[in-house]
Design a protein around this ligand. Structure first.
Ligand SMILES: Cc1cc2nc3c(=O)[nH]c(=O)nc-3n(C[C@H](O)[C@H](O)[C@H](O)COP(=O)(O)O)c2cc1C
Length: 327
């Protein structure tokens, strides 16, 4: 029998690469920023989910990549899964192009890493650990925020892109689709809108913001302070209902200058009509926002079936268990 070292020496790296390549994966774009704040990114299919509690994932970064030194020193990164119409984007981020982001729309959600506005699923992470591993290093991320869409995933196998056939179970949209809402504050007031049943709810947006412009459902566009938007709360109301993804944002203009449909109104933070806000979860979340806004110190709530977790945005406090209603 061959000694281990002989075995290793006899392994042909090209044949090994081909063998690894028979494993079917998705395709991701890893993003971060360099020390000058410039966005950097590369295509990677070495993603693996690692842990739910704490929420961890990993990707492997080749040491020969131009962006390897940036991923080796950054304290945050995002993993953006690509959907089936993004093979060109994958090729761009697999290239050595010095400017991969110029034609791209992205936001800063939580950690400061760029999150692509158009992707299948994204995870915004702080770096949990880096592990040296041969010609790669393993980048382990602690998930701080994430979002997903019903688009079809882009697959990859044997060096070629692969389309995944009908990946969406019929009930997926109803139970896992996310309503994206915004807590928008201006001049000490909160923007609410009347829904079809006459209740006051948060404005929803058909997509996440690009460059501070937020097209709100129902008409009109709001100008937001671009660097002041962050994920505030993620929760389910009931099994079968869509979940809520709530961002907090501040207006770049004053409340009076907003051109908004009739069903929108700003309420002073101490005069929110809580008895006309429809669900316990929404009321609890707005109450938390009002009290945190007075202290200018915000937490992110992530609801789950076994309770919920609150993380302070400035990172000063660890995740802490909280009851369902305090989202
Ligand atoms: C589908 C696909 C998957 C890839 N997966 C990885 C990966 O997991 N890790 C890695 O380091 N490079 C991976 N690459 C190669 C990098 O994208 C490539 O080296 C790129 O040039 C890196 O960009 P940079 O040199 O500007 O940093 C992959 C490429 C493709 C097309």
């Amino acid at each position: 029998m061959l000694a281990t070292s002989d075995k290793t020496a006899s392994i042909d790296p090209l044949a090994l690469r081909k063998a690894f390549g028979t494993f079917v994966t998705g395709v991701t774009v890893l993003t971060t920023h360099d020390a000058n704040g410039q966005p950097r990114g590369m295509t990677a299919n070495s993603f693996t989910s690692v842990s739910l509690d704490p929420p961890l994932l990993l990707v492997c970064v080749g040491k020969s990549a131009l962006s390897a030194s940036v991923f080796a020193s950054t304290d945050c990164f995002a993993v953006n899964f690509l959907h089936e119409e993004q093979t060109e984007l994958s090729a761009l981020f697999a290239s050595k192009s010095p400017d991969k982001f110029s034609a791209l729309s992205y936001d800063f959600v939580h950690t400061g890493a760029p999150v692509l506005n158009d992707c299948l699923t994204w995870f915004d992470c702080t770096v949990h650990e880096r592990v040296d591993a041969g010609d790669h290093f393993i980048l382990i991320g602690a998930v701080q925020a994430f979002g997903t869409s019903p688009a079809a995933p882009l697959g990859f196998c044997r060096g070629r892109y692969a389309m995944v056939k009908d990946p969406l179970p019929p009930e997926w949209l109803a139970s896992h689709g996310m309503i994206v809402s915004y807590l928008i504050e201006a001049d000490g007031s909160l923007l609410l809108c009347r829904d079809a049943k006459g209740a006051w709810v948060l404005p929803t947006a058909p997509r996440r913001i690009a460059d501070g412009h937020l097209p709100v459902a129902g008409g009109g566009t709001l100008e937001l302070l671009p660097d002041d938007t962050f994920l505030y709360s993620v929760f389910d109301v009931a099994d079968g209902d869509p979940g809520y993804l709530i961002y907090r944002a501040r207006l770049a203009q004053s409340a009076q200058d907003c051109q908004l449909p009739e069903n929108f109104r700003f309420f002073p933070l101490d005069a929110v009509p809580f008895d006309e806000v429809p669900t316990r979860e929404l009321r609890g979340m707005i109450r938390r926002y009002v009290s945190e806004s007075a202290r200018r110190r915000f937490g992110i709530y992530m609801g789950s079936h076994d309770g919920g977790r609150l993380a302070m945005v400035d990172g000063a406090e660890p995740w802490a268990n909280t009851p369902h209603s305090s989202n």
